[in-house]
Ligand binder design. Sequence first.
Ligand SMILES: C[S@@+](CC[C@H](N)C(=O)[O-])C[C@H]1O[C@@H](n2cnc3c(N)ncnc32)[C@H](O)[C@@H]1O
Length: 262
Amino acid sequence: MLPENFDKYSYYINSVQSPETDVRFFKKVYRELRHKEALMLREDFCGTYIVCQEWVKLGNLYKAIGVDLDEEPIEYGRRLAEKNLKPSQRARLNILKKNVLNPSLPKSDITAALNFSYFLFKERGMLKKYFRNVYKTLKNDGVFILDCFGGSNCYEPNEEETVHKGFSYFWDQDSYDPITNEAQFYIHFKIKGKKKIEKAFSYDWRLWSIPELKEILTEVGFKDIQVYWEGTTKSGEGDGHFKIVDKGEDCESWIAYLAALK
Ligand SMILES: C[S@@+](CC[C@H](N)C(=O)[O-])C[C@H]1O[C@@H](n2cnc3c(N)ncnc32)[C@H](O)[C@@H]1O
């Protein structure tokens, strides 16, 4: 049980999400691959849909669709939108309490699946069903953007602390099974001077590799799949800039994006 009044979504958003960076990256990818501007974004597994909220801030022509099954984060997002967006911006949001597998989801220029949410599809057939649905519900000149992570660190339990102002965020890989590639993750928080809040979020996932994802995306019809890999600083850390590559690097821990063209 989480402590009463603990605002888990606020801590999650502040630790894990960077909507301004995401939106900037989506615009760059679409421009680079389609040579024009994307206007309609669909954020699958949108949770509190803060990426959608950032997207509609870009201008009057920018519209966003968010899709999530769970009323709780959607309601949290609605309160955030009420506080942070103008009525004209909110009018360009269409938040759907639906399954991402629903075949009648609205079409978009970009469909994005972030923070590895699709790792919850552990069976190849289910992941393929999801990718096929994305393909079918993407405009003809659309781009599907999804993130992925990996590296040798993922093959053993470990817990990583990131210190923020007034609190720490913990990304805890609790287990890994080499037979199934399944892994259990938790997010914990520790507010300064207070007891650690364990398992604020938990994720029972299968770790998918880039070649597996490319194969399944190709099987459902995507024609061209680009991998965006992060550059490195002089000290060898990720620099936050992602560029198209043909060859990756064997890091202990990496995040990459795939951009699949219909
Ligand atoms: C890890 S959170 C992602 C939140 C946010 N998009 C982010 O990038 O951090 C995963 C979200 O996916 C939603 N979800 C899980 N299965 C789903 C499904 N089949 N269809 C739609 N949403 C789903 C959950 O309700 C949850 O809000």
